[in-house]
Design a protein around this ligand. Structure first.
Ligand code: ZN
Length: 147
């Protein structure tokens, strides 16, 4: 006789704010695991110190800034781990220099993709955020379950 299946627990509907926060948390986690908890530019990690003696603080750094594209805020391909010094460098240095660094690291194709994505202006609906949450959840599961 077949056992009665336990009814699936229904996930409580998240508000838009909670959904966005959830996506940000997931994306940040994915990026930190992917980048090995090190600054992608100088390789410093939490616990290291700068020459000045100040402790290194790792940050979730966006390539296309948050203000420029809401749809890229939680896109792992649009963010990296930077230490606070390299994060500042990325945001304040001459773009020719920072973009040259980026292209050297990740390739022209990746940069072109980011630029093309930045140009898309479209409304992001709540359903897009929940689809993104599911996609990021799967991505995180995939990188945490392998080896
Ligand atoms: Zn750094």
């Amino acid at each position: 006789m077949a056992k009665a299946r336990k009814p699936k627990r229904k996930r409580k509907e998240q508000t838009l704010g909670e959904l966005k926060q959830c996506c940000r948390r997931l994306c940040r986690k994915i990026v930190f695991i992917r980048d090995g908890h090190r600054c992608v530019r100088c390789s410093r990690t939490q616990g290291d110190f700068y020459q000045s003696g100040n402790p290194v603080v790792l940050q979730w750094s966006h390539l296309v800034r948050r203000a420029q594209s809401e749809r890229l805020v939680c896109e792992p391909r649009n963010s990296v781990v930077h230490c606070s010094a390299c994060h500042k460098w990325w945001e304040t240095q001459d773009k020719l220099m920072t973009v040259a660094w980026f292209v050297g690291q990740y390739g022209q194709e990746h940069w072109d993709w980011l630029v093309s994505q930045r140009k898309i202006k479209e409304t992001i609906y709540k359903s897009d955020w929940s689809a993104l949450r599911d996609r990021l959840g799967k991505e995180l599961a995939a990188i945490t379950s392998s080896d």
